[in-house]
Design a protein around this ligand. Structure first.
Ligand code: XBP
Ligand code: MG
Length: 224
């Protein structure tokens, strides 16, 4: 294997964003007058479902039939949530998780390419790039593969396969960075080695198959 690219997951890997997502979901529900409010315990359980629209649908399925919004209403809720998420990120800012800046710097020094493969939408990748680097995501990453571009979300390998395709590299020349079991399974499904930096939301998940796993990427050094 000749390492040629690092592929980063976004939520929970580049930055700890999930509580911002959780608050944006709740603000969207309040704006729609739904009276739903996902506390941390509920959200942690719902994080097993990747994709915001899919997560809302999974929650709605637990409600009495008369209280379940249809697909169009769920899509509208998610659009509101995505707008509120971007506003919150712009207002509050975001910080890279420990070890991420050093990995990106080491990659640049070594002439490696940088990619993103995420379940979240492209708009949320742009919001993060603006908050962290003050520029468009395409000025930081050579390739961006987002959840709204693929049919099947993680743990399906689709978004990692899309990133490989756009990189024009074989899986064996890349290394991925994830925070969750769903993400690890997606990377492994695409045949790419995966390093895991878990978060409070994903601690305790089964990271069997990871090249390395720890409480953050701070303890991991690139090979060579
Ligand atoms: C994590 C996800 C996303 C976010 C919410 O994505 O599963 O669904 O929780 O974002 P990642 P959306 O692959 O970056 O860890 O509402 O845009 O889906
Ligand atoms: Mg993640």
């Amino acid at each position: 294997m000749t390492l040629r690219a690092l592929v980063f997951d976004v939520d929970g890997t580049l930055a700890e964003t999930e509580d911002v997502h959780r608050r944006a979901f709740n603000a969207a529900f309040a704006a729609a007058g739904l009276g739903w409010d996902w506390d941390r315990a509920t959200y942690r359980r719902l994080l097993a479902v990747t994709g915001g629209k899919e997560r809302i649908a999974a929650f709605a399925a637990t409600l009495p039939p008369g209280a379940r919004p249809g697909p169009e209403a769920i899509a509208a809720l998610h659009r509101t949530k995505t707008r509120l998420y971007a506003e919150t990120v712009a207002r509050e800012g975001l910080a890279l998780r420990p070890g991420v800046a050093a990995l990106i710097e080491a990659a640049r020094r070594a002439g490696l390419r940088l990619a993103v493969a995420t379940t979240t939408s492209r708009a949320n990748v742009e919001a993060l790039a603006r908050a962290v680097w003050g520029c468009a995501a395409g000025l930081v990453f050579d390739v961006i593969a987002a959840g709204d571009e693929v049919e099947a979300k993680k743990p399906a390998p689709d978004v990692y396969r899309l990133a490989l395709d756009r990189l024009g590299l074989p899986a064996g020349d890349c290394l991925t960075f994830e925070d969750s079991r769903n993400g690890l399974l997606a990377a492994l499904g695409a045949g790419i080695a995966c390093v895991v930096g878990w978060t409070d939301w994903t601690e305790g998940e089964d990271f069997t198959g990871a090249l390395w796993a720890g409480p953050s990427l701070d303890g991991f050094a690139l090979p060579g």
